[in-house]
Structures are given as structure tokens and as C-alpha cells.
Ligand binder design. Structure first.
Ligand SMILES: *Cc1c(COP(=O)(O)O)cnc(C)c1O
Ligand SMILES: [Zn+2]
Length: 373
């Protein structure tokens, strides 16, 4: 059984069958620890989707609601950067049904919504979460409204509309978009499919860790590099490895290296100053708009997770982002600028921090270049 619990400040428990997306006290919600299992022989026999880890996902045993919603998400390949660097692995999350890692969280969250018979959802996004929610909500027979910043890539808007969601383009900042979505959620009392606030989203991104573990034949990489805006991939991956550790299936955590864009790096700043919480910053402009979050709601959890893995947060030099994107394309990987930001931060990590030549590093490529402006 699992509950939703408030984070740190309050500790109040809530029924998970709820439209609640944050605690009435204003605090964040988290999924309480519940029993998970990894029956590896069974897992190996199942289809190559993230649902092969269903004993570690927050559904009742008999629940098969996901079967009606899945688009085959998960089990993305992991390939080496090139033949000279077989210890640097790229996890290709851009090979997802809607072309980003957000499908992991969106598929799971929409399945949870379906369990409680939700008919309508509202999402807000700088793009990729919006396309993911639009696709899965429509497939699940739900009406979907997606709030996006007015400067969102036209290709993403087209995709959202193609999945029959209603687009609300909001002028101003990413925060203005979130505020508009929350206002609508409160006004008409619908399910807020928020990748930031709804804790079930992270139960989906957890599968990122499970797949790496299985793809490495039960081993743990030394280092996991992750882009961080709101931290939905970082926290999910962290929870995933933590669960493997808790079950005694792995014996240590990988180090987490979080990458922020230089032009908007509240977490990197807090980390550098040794703080356990971030202060809001103003986005001074970056090529990696998708990770430009001035004040991530889960900042304390992100900083805590990084510290727990002896990890670090570094910034990707702004002038290197486009160059990194070109370099990846030369090797065959065509990704979004914000994904390239992860790769652009990587040389800085190597030059300043790499522990040894053969350190095994996993870098996600989680947004397809074809969707960007
Ligand atoms: C959402 C997204 C990110 C940033 O993830 P956060 O959850 O904001 O940390 C990075 N890359 C891609 C392709 C994304 O879709
Ligand atoms: Zn509370």
C-alpha cells in the first residue's frame, strides 16, 4: 500500500486516490515508501517496455490499467559515444513514443489518473511534457488542456494539437505559464497532470534507473550525468537507484552529476555555496530553454539527492551548447539544444572531476532534435 505524504514540513498523509497535487498546507507531495520487487527472471521474459518493472511501480497487483494506455515506452537503447570511448554510454531516451523521456512519467501519471476515472486533465510545459501528456491523455480518452509559454517551438505545438489537446499559449515567463495552469486547475477542479508537482510522475521516471541497471547486467555505472531544470529525470533516477539499493540488488549508488545551463542555474549556485536550498534566479537567457527553471519547486529534494550520492552540480558553458549539438550530430545523434547542454557540460566534468580513465558514465539524450525550433 502507498500513501501520499507531505514533504518535511508537515508529514500529513493523504489518500493517493485524489485530485490533490500539493498538500493543503502548501507543501509538496511525495509517494511514501512501499514494497517493491525485482523478479529478474520474470522481468526478462516480458516485453521491452518500462512496465516490465511493474512490481516496482505504484499499482495494485491486479491493476492492468496501463495496458490500455501504453505506447511501448521505455527500454531505450544505451550505446557508446563512439568506438574510442566505450565507457561513455548514451541512453537514447529520445527514442520514445513522443520523443522525450517525459513519456516515462506521463504514461504512469495518466494511468494513475485513469485508475480514479479522471475525465479531464490540465498540464503545463515548455514543450516536451505537454506533447507527452497530450498523447497519453487522448489515448486514455481524457480531455487535455496544455498551457505553454508563447515562445514554444511551433513543432511541439503542432504535435500537441495533433493529439487533440487544447493549447493555451501564455505570454511571459515559464512561471507565468505554470501560474495560469494552476489557476485553471483550481477554478474548474480538474486533475493537474503536473510533471513537477504530481509525485507519481517521478514513479515513472524511476524506470530510467531500472533500465540502466538491467542493461548493464545488474551493475551500477560510476556516474550518471543528468540535465536539471525541475529535476524530474534526476529525482526519478535517484529514487530508482535507491530502491535497487534498498532491495539489496545493488551495493552502491552512482554519483549524480547534474548539469544546469549557465544562463539559469539556481541549483548550481546553491550547490557551490554549500546551501541545502536554492534562491530564485532570473533566467538571463540560454540556448537550453527547456532546463531554464528559475526556481525549481523541488530544489531542496534535488540538492539533497545530489549530496546523498556524493554528486556535484555544474553549469554548461553557454557558448558550447550549439557546438556540442553539432558534435553529437556528427556522431549520428540529433538532439535538442537542451540535451546538448548535458553533453556541453560533460567536458567540464571530465577536466575538473573525472576520477579515473575507465569511469563508466551514462549520459541521457532525451529530446529529439527534430522537435526543436
Ligand atoms: C524536461 C526536459 C529536460 C529537463 O528536465 P527537468 O525535469 O526540468 O529537470 C531536459 N531535457 C529534455 C529533452 C526534457 O524534455
Ligand atoms: Zn502539508
Amino acid at each position: 500500500m502507498f500513501h501520499l505524504t507531505g514533504f518535511s514540513d508537515c508529514g500529513e498523509k493523504h489518500d493517493p486516490k485524489t485530485l490533490l497535487w500539493r498538500c493543503p498546507c502548501g507543501g509538496l507531495l511525495n509517494v511514501e515508501e512501499y514494497e517493491v520487487n525485482f523478479p529478474i527472471e520474470e522481468i526478462k521474459k516480458r516485453p521491452a517496455t518500462m512496465w516490465r518493472y511493474k512490481e516496482a511501480l505504484p499499482f495494485w497487483d491486479s491493476s492492468s490499467v496501463y495496458e490500455h494506455i501504453t505506447l511501448g515506452e521505455g527500454c531505450t537503447p544505451m550505446v557508446s559515444l563512439d568506438s574510442d570511448s566505450s565507457h561513455i554510454l548514451l541512453k537514447m531516451d529520445y527514442m520514445m513514443p513522443t520523443l522525450s523521456f517525459k513519456d516515462r512519467g506521463a504514461a504512469l501519471l495518466i494511468a494513475k489518473a485513469k485508475e480514479i476515472d479522471v475525465k479531464r486533465v490540465i498540464a503545463d510545459s515548455s514543450g516536451n511534457a505537454g506533447t507527452a501528456f497530450a498523447a497519453y491523455a487522448n489515448r486514455a480518452g481524457m480531455t487535455c488542456d496544455v498551457y505553454v509559454p508563447a515562445n514554444t517551438s511551433p513543432k511541439k505545438l503542432q504535435q500537441i494539437k495533433a493529439h487533440e489537446a487544447t493549447v493555451h499559449a501564455i505570454p511571459g515567463s515559464r512561471e507565468d505559464t505554470a501560474a495560469a495552469a494552476m489557476e485553471a486547475v483550481e477554478k474548474i477542479q480538474v486533475f493537474y497532470a503536473s510533471h513537477v508537482y504530481n509525485p507519481f510522475f517521478y514513479q515513472g521516471t524511476k524506470t530510467y534507473a531500472f533500465e540502466i541497471w538491467e542493461e548493464l547486467n545488474g551493475q551500477v555505472p560510476d556516474t550518471i550525468i543528468v540535465p536539471v531544470g525541475n529535476g524530474t529525470l534526476l529525482l526519478g533516477a535517484y529514487y530508482g537507484f535507491k530502491e535497487l539499493l534498498r532491495c539489496g540488488i545493488i551495493s552502491n549508488m552512482p554519483h549524480f552529476v547534474a548539469i544546469q545551463a549557465e544562463g539559469c542555474a539556481p541549483l548550481a549556485r546553491a550547490f557551490a555555496e554549500g546551501k541545502d536550498q536554492a534562491e530564485p534566479v532570473v533566467n538571463s537567457g540560454t540556448a537550453a530553454e527547456g532546463i531554464a527553471i528559475g526556481f525549481p519547486a523541488r530544489h531542496r529534494q534535488i540538492l539533497k539527492a545530489i549530496a546523498d550520492t556524493n554528486g556535484i552540480i555544474i553549469t554548461a558553458p553557454e557558448e558550447k551548447i550549439e557546438q556540442a549539438r553539432e558534435e553529437l550530430a556528427k556522431k549520428g545523434f540529433y538532439v535538442e539544444p537542451m540535451k546538448a547542454a548535458t553533453y556541453a557540460g560533460f567536458p567540464r566534468y571530465l577536466s575538473e572531476y573525472e576520477q579515473n580513465q575507465n569511469e563508466r558514465i551514462v549520459i541521457p539524450l532525451c529530446g529529439a532534435g527534430i522537435k526543436a525550433k
